[in-house]
Design a protein around this ligand. Structure first.
Ligand code: ADP
Length: 477
């Protein structure tokens, strides 16, 4: 109902997995104006007058409750002039640090006043970094002390660096907390680092893949937080994200015209025809190379751009679905789109389109993911489930899930894609060249690679158990 990338998938999939294992799960979100309200059932007020202290005033909120796939969702609706959550987008405003810290404070205030006493509060990314800080610094003193915090780092590229006045706005003691052991950013003077706060104050920290945890602890990829992660090394761990196969499953997917699985792979190809039809591309004996991605520097935008020419020069068709985070990237891809407008082998769709993404996975043959860094990456796992061969750079979660057809140190049944190391045109071309060559010259082998990917288990089964073990380890017994 509120998604721009993998975090939306993860909260959805993990909540569902925990619930089917008999846990009571509730998800708290801001009540954004731009949510998919068609995905929320029975939306109704559950707490009328929640007054939240923030920035020297009491802000009037209402909490609404709704259900989706059997999970209870709680939405904080903030009234008043500030209009914290009705911005037409989920994030991207100058006051984001204040908006999400206010959300965190409101969520805690709601839990406290409504008498809910969760054993575990699981927070995600910098936006909620101050929630465990406020819990221990404010609510413990009010007698609430039986909750424990798990904090998941989805991307170290966004840490929530902001001025110290935010601390007094949300009721924290700036003077006491602005030191290197707690909230003070290690690289910028007088700056609060919200993610660092989450790391220091939570009871357990996870990242979304084991390789990314290694990378952020022991390389520049920690983006300044290596030291604090290592000081807290006894409470960190990497858990690979799972996929919600209730949502991402070509045997059941409501957004694709032809259902298929490893036992009836030929049915996949009706989706290829449907994709061409939908995007006005011609029918041809060529593989479809696809990209589904946020168009962010992290995702390797230069190599994404280069993959278009590599595909078209090597007898392939190309489809891109991408949402740009910055104006220059948006302009650049619109320029390319205009340039290729009349090419019947290519379509660029710039924007965010959940339904179309399903049809692309179902119709494509290869998916290119040339990320600079990738904490976990879900698109390669979705691709594999849909019989699409991923071509990826070896980093973070991509390195944990994609094993090269030629070079992996794995038995053949576990090889499922193509991998390159160097973040260069040559690196990308070498892997794409091998994948495309295989499609054209050794179709049986290519089919086998598709099946290897489809048969791998990237569900929430194992990661769900890992999270339960972590929660059991930290909860108050
Ligand atoms: P990140 O969280 O960094 O964006 P992930 O690979 O973890 O990357 O997750 C991406 C998720 O967002 C996938 O479900 C993917 O299908 C989806 N996605 C990315 N870009 C778009 C887009 N432009 N339109 C629709 N879905 C998208």
């Amino acid at each position: 109902m509120a998604k721009t990338g993998g975090l939306g998938d993860v909260v959805n999939g993990l909540s569902y997995e925990l619930a089917i294992r008999g846990n009571h799960v509730e998800v708290i979100l801001p009540k954004y104006d731009c949510m998919r309200y068609d995905r929320i059932e029975d939306l109704r007020v559950c707490y009328e007058d929640l007054w939240v202290p923030f920035d020297g005033q009491w802000i009037h909120c209402t909490v609404l409750e709704g259900r989706s796939e059997g999970i209870n969702f709680l939405f904080i609706d903030a009234h008043g002039e500030w209009n914290a959550f009705n911005r037409g987008v989920l994030y991207g405003h100058r006051d984001d640090a204040a908006r999400f810290t206010f959300f965190s404070r409101a969520a805690l205030e709601f839990l406290f006043k409504s008498g809910r006493r969760p054993e575990i509060i699981h927070c995600h990314d910098w936006q909620t970094g101050l929630a465990p800080v406020m819990y221990y610094e404010i609510y413990n003193g009010l007698g609430w002390n039986d909750a424990r915090f798990c904090y998941t780092l989805h991307n170290m590229g966004h840490q929530g660096r902001t001025g110290a006045q935010l601390l007094s706005q949300c009721g924290l003691n700036a003077h006491g907390l602005m030191n290197h052991g707690q909230l003070l950013d290690d690289q910028h003077p007088h700056t609060v680092n919200m993610m660092k706060g989450g790391i220091v104050f939570s009871n357990f920290i996870t990242t979304v893949s084991p390789t990314y945890m290694e990378e952020i602890r022991f390389s520049e990829q920690g983006q300044g937080l290596q030291g604090v992660l290592n000081r807290h090394g006894d409470k960190v761990g990497g858990v690979l994200n799972g996929l919600n196969y209730g949502v991402w499953n070509p045997e059941l997917d409501p957004f694709i015209p032809s259902h298929y699985g490893p036992d009836n792979l030929p049915a996949k190809f009706a989706n290829k025809a449907a994709l061409r039809n939908r995007l006005l591309m011609r029918e041809a004996f060529k593989p479809i190379v696809a990209v589904v991605s946020r168009l962010d520097p992290q995702k390797g935008v230069d190599l994404i751009r280069h993959s278009i020419s590599v595909a078209l020069a090597n007898n392939c068709q190309f489809v891109l679905l991408g949402s740009a985070s910055e104006a220059w990237i948006n302009d650049e891809f619109w320029r390319i789109k205009h340039q290729l407008n009349d090419n019947p082998d290519c379509h660029l769709e710039i924007g965010y389109d959940e339904e179309l993404s399903h049809l692309i996975y179902a119709g494509a043959d290869m998916l290119v993911i040339p990320s600079q860094y990738e904490p976990c990456g879900l698109t390669q796992m979705i691709a594999m489930k849909y019989g699409v061969v991923p071509v990826v750079r070896s980093t973070g979660g991509l390195a944990d899930t994609v094993f090269d057809a030629n070079y992996a140190d794995k038995p053949f049944e576990e090889r499922n894609g193509y991998v390159f190391n160097d973040l260069t045109h040559d690196g990308l071309e070498s892997a794409m060249g091998r994948a495309i060559g295989l499609w054209h010259r050794f179709p049986d082998y290519f089919r086998q690679l598709r099946l290897n990917g489809m048969r791998q288990d990237y569900s929430w089964n194992q990661p769900g158990q890992d999270y339960i073990n972590i929660f059991n380890h930290i909860r108050v017994k």
